[in-house]
Design a protein. Structure first.
Length: 365
């Protein structure tokens, strides 16, 4: 079984070149002066006029088919198989089921959750994802069950009890069966110091590791920035955004209580503005390094800057975020999420265009 040391060694390979970059003491490495670059650009041939392959490549993606704010695509195994092939073609090696259930809808026939009144799913998505990950040479991470109680009460402690049973049965049903089963995602999302967060993350992370022989565990919180507004509201920004100092103080406290059972943190990158990326990213990397955790970025491939929620992101915005992640020495880039916002067969036609621009930028044939 994978253990923490093996995980850190393996996941560091992709970011090794970035990690030997100049010191990240207070900010990320400076980018080249854009005015100098612009004077040397030949625009006559068309295509991209920015330096190519200058960002951190996306090597992981969430899979969201238990959603409450983006459309269900109703794919069967044929469509999912094709999507895994599209993912593999651009270097994705990790797929993460964002949650194995949300309130009463679930992704697998859980004996425990069905007894609690959850609805029987038509397809066992967890089995399918494990099989497809194995076929395409990827690792699958299981996102834990989200009861919805946290979102109603803002108290994370309620998420522990159900997941005690879910973790054990998922491991027996899929972890022991598939070599592709590679780790765990603690699916509850927070942005600040939250009631019960440290205890809940620690309890669930420890159980995940205990049952699986030390397989890696990660979280993906958001930064409480100016774009951290309700998806159901009309506002695009807010005034009471967190300061960098408060962000560092609160997350240092959280990391100090969970770093022994959480191997990586993948902060969502869409809640701050593009000129704030380096400042927040450098702090995230500094904290992760201090507590011996991998620092990933959750590069959102949907656009938070538009009143329509949610559509595929403008390529330039994605590029700016991936370039900042590379400058700051991040270890891995994952995204929310490929099937809806980056796939050539997405319900959104613009996703296929984004896929093509991504391949063009990273020189992927």
């Amino acid at each position: 079984m994978a253990n923490r040391r093996d995980f850190l060694k393996t996941m560091a390979i992709g970011g090794a070149s970035a990690l030997v970059a100049p010191s990240l003491l207070s900010s990320c490495a400076s980018s080249t002066d854009s005015s100098t670059e612009a004077s040397a650009i030949d625009t006559s041939a068309g295509g991209l006029i920015v330096p190519k392959d200058n960002g951190l490549r996306i090597t992981g993606t969430f899979l969201d088919e238990i959603s409450h704010d983006i459309p269900h695509q109703n794919w069967g195994e044929k469509e999912w198989d094709q999507d895994f092939a599209y993912m593999k073609a651009i270097g994705i090696d990790t797929v993460i089921d964002i949650r194995c259930g949300y309130r009463k809808f679930i992704t697998y026939p859980s004996p425990y959750l069905l007894k609690k009144g959850c609805y029987m799913p038509s397809v066992d998505l967890i089995d399918m994802f494990c099989r497809l990950a194995q076929k395409h040479g990827m690792k699958f991470y299981l996102g834990l069950y989200d009861s919805g109680v946290y979102w109603d009460t803002k108290d994370m402690s309620h998420e522990i009890e159900d997941n005690k049973f879910v973790i054990d049965e998922v491991w027996k049903m899929y972890g022991e069966k598939y070599d592709s089963f590679g780790g765990w995602y603690l699916s509850t999302e927070i942005s600040r110091d939250t009631i019960g967060a440290v205890d809940a993350f620690h309890a669930m992370g420890k159980q995940c590791k205990d049952v699986s022989g030390g397989m890696p565990v990660f979280i993906s919180p958001w930064i409480d920035g100016k774009k951290a507004v309700s998806a159901a509201g009309a506002a695009l920004t807010k005034e009471d955004a967190v300061s960098i100092e408060a962000h560092e103080r609160e997350w240092s406290q959280i990391f100090s209580g969970i770093h022994d059972v959480v191997d990586a943190v993948a902060f969502q990158d869409g809640h701050i503005d593009y000129d704030e990326l380096d400042a927040f990213f450098s702090v995230n990397k500094k904290m992760a390094d201090k507590y011996g955790m991998q620092c990933w970025t959750n590069a959102e491939t949907f656009d938070r800057d538009m009143p329509i929620k949610f559509l595929p992101i403008k390529f330039d915005k994605l590029r700016l975020k991936l370039e900042a992640a590379k400058r700051c020495g991040y270890d891995k880039a994952i995204t929310f999420e490929f099937p809806h916002f980056l796939s050539p067969q997405s319900v959104y036609g613009a996703a296929g265009n984004l896929y093509n621009r991504y391949k063009e930028y990273f020189n992927i044939k």
